[in-house]
Design a protein around this ligand. Structure first.
Ligand code: ASP
Length: 325
């Protein structure tokens, strides 16, 4: 039988004292500023190890089950790369159509199965709240890699690391979130995470895709400065971080609604002349048409560098929940 993560008889010395050992990562609300400092420091260390030696044995013998019920390029492959760079291995389940899910197996039973073989489960699922269901069913750590329109906590952590590495700090910044703020889980998580800092948030979206009122209310109660706009022009010059999102086509019930808003905003080199010289443009990717390729060579375009920070953050998180950091 697998050993429960919190079993006091574990033969692993000091591992139980690591604060994130055996924990699930479900929502950014689990983190405080101190945790973030720690994650940034461990990620930094992971980066220098990757640069120096490429792969090392911190998680040798550990196995990750990468369970993806929705498409993914970056999140899935960066978790795989993270585990393998730490010397561990991966059970990839990207094509749930070839698994017992198509036979009607519940998510709870699938994760109970996978934890018999793996030490940690990374889950992406189209339903909000699915990560909680999985975490309640599993005794091993579950990491939420996106639950519907709910949260994407590891993306928010890598986004925060990107801002910190690129601009040096988070306090005092003006962050403008642009595009699909209704269905974009990355902005739901990032807005919540930034409430740990003295950040001013601008939300720029079509009326149909406004930031959900419950998130605005939640952050208001934390005294976060948030302002909604329909137009980018007014806020672009004051923006330190422009966080662009894709209109989430797959979440629309009515395709006609998607057609109305799909090209609401396009960032391009000419338009970005109105922005500060020292600022960054981020995007969780994939992009469709919302950032023109003519901006890609601008040093402020941070979206490709952002992906690399994701590797280091995911290495840090895996090491933390497996008791090695
Ligand atoms: N890759 C991100 C996500 O999984 C953003 C997106 O799909 O637009 O939420």
């Amino acid at each position: 039988m697998p050993t429960p993560p919190n079993n006091p008889h574990l033969p692993f010395g000091d591992q139980r004292s690591a604060p994130w050992y055996g924990k699930d990562v479900i929502s950014v609300n689990q983190f405080n500023r101190e945790d973030l400092e720690y994650i940034f420091a461990v990620s930094h260390e992971m980066r220098s190890m990757v640069e120096r030696v490429g792969t090392f044995d911190l998680l040798k013998g550990k196995i990750l089950a990468n369970l993806f019920y929705e498409p993914s390029t970056r999140t899935s492959s960066s978790f795989t790369a993270a585990m393998e760079r730490l010397g561990g291995s991966v059970i990839p389940i990207n094509e749930v159509k070839y698994s017992s899910v198509t036979k009607g197996e519940t998510l709870a039973d699938t994760v109970r199965t996978l934890e018999c073989y793996a030490d940690v489960i990374v889950l992406r699922h189209p339903e909000t709240g699915s990560a909680v269901i999985a975490a309640n069913a599993a005794r091993k750590p579950v990491i939420n890699a996106g639950d519907g329109v709910g949260e994407h906590p590891t993306q928010a952590l890598l986004d925060a690391l990107t801002i910190r590495e690129e601009l040096g700090h988070l306090d005092g910044l003006t962050v403008t979130m642009l595009g699909d703020l209704k269905y974009g889980r990355t902005v739901h998580s990032l807005a919540r995470l930034l409430s740990l800092y003295k950040v001013r948030l601008n939300y720029v979206s079509p009326e149909l895709l406004r930031m959900p009122a419950e998130i605005i209310g939640e952050l208001n109660s934390k005294k976060m400065e948030q302002v909604e706009h329909a137009n980018l022009d007014a806020v672009l010059p004051e923006t330190d971080v422009l966080y662009v999102t894709r209109v989430q086509k797959e979440r629309f019930e009515d395709p006609a609604e998607y057609e109305k808003v799909k090209s609401a905003y396009v960032i391009n080199a000419a338009g970005m002349q109105a922005a500060k010289a020292r600022m960054i443009v981020m995007h969780p990717l994939p992009r469709v048409t919302e950032i023109s390729m003519d901006f890609d060579t601008d040093p402020r375009a941070a979206y490709f560098r952002q992906m690399e920070y994701g590797l280091y953050v995911r290495m840090a998180l895996l090491a933390m929940v497996l008791g090695k950091a």
